[in-house]
Design a protein around this ligand. Structure first.
Ligand SMILES: CC(C)(COP(=O)(O)OP(=O)(O)OC[C@H]1O[C@@H](n2cnc3c(N)ncnc32)[C@H](O)[C@@H]1OP(=O)(O)O)[C@@H](O)C(=O)NCCC(=O)NCCS
Length: 167
């Protein structure tokens, strides 16, 4: 279900930002769900009238990006003192884009990371998602190219933010 949502979201909201070949390959090999987040209880869904309209979460593990299956071994843990929590795998149903679903999921993720003692968050943003994260206080921190099986590169942006407990 989340994989289908991710594919729908990417196809509609990435059009024009990447070429079709990259989008198709990335849907098959890079986007989707990191099942470790589900196992860790750090992946959230947003639902309206019982229908899932968005998903996104965070991680206290070292994996930077990409989908990972239910049987993949868990990645090593990050340290809340030394490392930034990772914001991961945000997908909003295109029919519900720009209605605050993404921010709802991002706020929940940041709050959960703060509750675990993290004071910084970082992420790899798709190019069309950069304005979304920037609107929510994330600053550019460089470029990250994710290698796809064909050898082509999915161009992403590293972004970072200091987390502060709401007053
Ligand atoms: C990025 C994404 C998760 C944003 O979700 P969303 O629910 O549409 O975002 P929100 O409605 O919460 O947006 C909050 C604010 O972020 C900014 N924003 C969001 N999308 C934007 C866009 N495409 N361009 C410019 N600003 C944007 C705006 O300031 C917006 O507030 P406004 O609508 O009142 O102007 C969604 O576009 C998406 O799923 N994209 C495809 C998948 C993807 O690339 N995910 C990111 C992986 S790193």
């Amino acid at each position: 279900m989340i994989e289908a949502l991710a594919a729908r979201s990417i196809r509609a909201l990435h059009a024009g930002a990447y070429d079709d070949a990259i989008i198709n390959e990335a849907i098959d090999h890079a986007y989707g769900v990191d099942w470790q987040l589900v196992r860790d209880g750090t992946y959230f869904v947003a639902a309206i009238a019982g229908s899932v309209v968005g998903a996104g979460g965070w991680s206290y593990r070292q994996t930077i990006a990409g989908a990972h299956g239910p049987d993949d071994p868990p990645a090593n843990l990050l340290s809340p003192v030394a490392d930034a929590a990772r914001i991961r795998a945000f997908y909003v149903d295109p029919d519900y884009a720009r209605r605050g679903v993404g921010v709802l999921l991002l706020s929940a993720s940041e709050r959960a990371a703060l509750d675990m003692g993290f004071t910084r968050a970082e992420l790899t943003a798709t190019l069309p998602a950069v304005p979304f994260y920037a609107a929510y206080g994330y600053e550019p921190a460089g470029r990250y190219d994710l290698a796809l099986p064909s050898g082509r590169l999915l161009e992403l942006r590293l972004m970072t933010k200091r987390l502060i407990l709401p007053a």
